[in-house]
Design a binder for this molecule. Structure first.
Ligand SMILES: [Fe+2]
Length: 459
């Protein structure tokens, strides 16, 4: 047992020891009633304080932008409807003659979206509605500036009016960035360097086929630039999609490995936004609901990918996590995952999964109240470790870290950075490159020394 664990145990024992022993003497009847009344009051007060953290929301200011959303089985066929709905307000500014026949660029990843029949459904429904279509395929792998620049070139050549992205997180990022750059000009690299998106981009319709990144709802795109040697976001409120079609049927064919890593990412995002320094009450509702939806379904979709109910809840959960973190930011797991993911080309969800338990322990003293609340949700699952109502928040937070390790090993997410190929000699470089928005919203402000300790633990 680690020294800090022993300390926690001792503190807990002390807490227990200090409790006055129950008196065995019988009270007079009127005193007994008084006592019962007092107990009832205390119980009510205790219950009143249970569900929500007292987080002093009075100091918080927030806004909450939302695009149009359609969720349900088969909604992918609604692409034409979405286009015509988006076209209406556009016609107020553009002469109708210019868009007699709307033209869309559909951005896809690899061939799997064709195999699952989703692309055919979109193409067919567009043809029936006199909508012209072009297809840009990004290929496999994470989103890069090169993919975006090529897609922008095609969109400009074909003079398209809409961008539709159908695929996983990387496809969403390429499609989102393309929609923004077609109107604002330049290359993807310019936006990495800080060029702002001053004008609204082409209307972008997002159709995710994995339950994971939540990027369908965010206003940033994470892009790799191999020439300059980094992976970072380009962002702007104009990048937000205009319409989101969430069709759980599209996620049914997602292979177990991708299901596990994207699902782990969704869970990490929900947890990081819930404990974020910038958290606010509305985002908390989405973050908690995301955890409620993802935690019991992650193993289910990994082992039984054809379970529609579980796939639906995962898709909703990852979407809710996306709403939460797009409003309040993420945390240190993501701050570290970006440089590590870039350096070793490891799937994002796997890096996040390996880091989460250690980051929870790293943040222990800063948001133990909220972590313990998450632990309560996890204790309903079929896991060996359990939340204990009588234990301190600190102790339950440690239990949460153990429960997450158990859950990730069930879905074959590696629990150690060394198993992902991370080298100790690169820790210095990783620490140097752990910066940005996610680090800033982490409950504990990191310093190089404590980050090294964290990496050692996670290694
Ligand atoms: Fe993520």
């Amino acid at each position: 047992m680690e020294e800090s664990d022993k300390k926690l145990d001792q503190e807990m024992d002390k807490e227990k020891g200090e409790k006055p022993e129950e008196s065995q003497a019988k009270l007079p009847e009127d005193k007994q009633e008084e006592q019962e009344e007092q107990d009832k009051k205390e119980k009510t007060e205790e219950l009143r304080n249970l569900p929500l953290p007292r987080t002093h929301w009075e100091d918080v200011v927030f806004s909450f932008p939302q695009p149009r959303i359609k969720f349900g089985k088969g909604v992918v066929k609604n692409v034409p409807k979405a286009i015509f709905r988006l076209l209406d307000p556009m016609l107020m500014h553009i002469k109708k003659a210019e868009i007699e026949r709307p033209k869309i660029l559909i951005i896809i990843g690899n061939e799997s979206v064709k195999k699952m029949g989703a692309l055919d459904k979109i193409l067919k429904s567009c043809e029936q509605n006199s909508i012209e279509t072009g297809i840009f395929s990004c290929g496999k792998g994470e989103a890069t500036v090169t993919m975006v620049n090529e897609a922008v070139e095609m969109a400009l050549e074909e003079k398209v009016h809409f961008i539709v992205g159908i695929g996983g997180g990387s496809v969403m990022d390429v499609a989102k960035a393309t929609a923004g750059i077609v109107i604002n000009g330049g290359l993807a690299e310019d936006y990495h360097e800080g060029k702002p998106f001053e004008l609204p981009g082409l209307p972008f319709i997002a159709i995710p086929t994995t339950a994971g990144t939540g990027t369908e709802i965010t206003s940033n795109a994470v892009l790799i630039d191999r020439t300059r040697g980094y992976k970072k976001s380009i962002r702007g409120s104009h990048l937000m999609s205009k319409y989101i079609l969430l069709d759980p049927e599209l996620t049914l064919n997602c292979p177990p490995d991708i299901t596990a890593s994207s699902g782990a990412d969704a869970l990490v995002q929900a947890i990081e936004s819930y404990v974020s320094k910038k958290s606010h009450p509305l985002a908390d509702i989405y973050a908690l609901e995301a955890i409620f939806l993802i935690a019991p379904n992650l193993r289910m979709v990994f082992e039984h990918g054809d379970d529609y109910a579980a796939r639906s809840e995962m898709l909703l959960g990852s979407f809710f996590a996306g709403i939460a973190f797009s409003n309040v930011g993420l945390g240190l797991v993501h701050g570290l995952a970006h440089p590590i993911g870039y350096k070793y080309d490891i799937p994002h969800g796997k890096v996040c999964g390996a880091l989460l338990p250690c980051v929870i322990e790293y943040n222990l003293e800063y948001r133990a109240d909220k972590y313990a609340r998450i632990g309560r949700i996890f204790s309903k699952l079929d896991l060996f470790t359990k939340y204990e109502a009588e234990a301190s928040d600190e102790k339950n937070t440690r239990r949460l870290a153990s429960m997450i390790k158990e859950m990730f090993s069930q879905i074959q997410i590696p629990l150690k950075l060394r198993d992902l190929g991370v080298l100790k000699e690169d820790f210095g470089w990783i620490i140097e490159n752990t910066k940005g928005g996610s680090v800033n919203s982490n409950p504990r402000t990191p310093d190089p020394e404590s980050l090294r300790e964290l990496l050692e633990k996670a290694w």
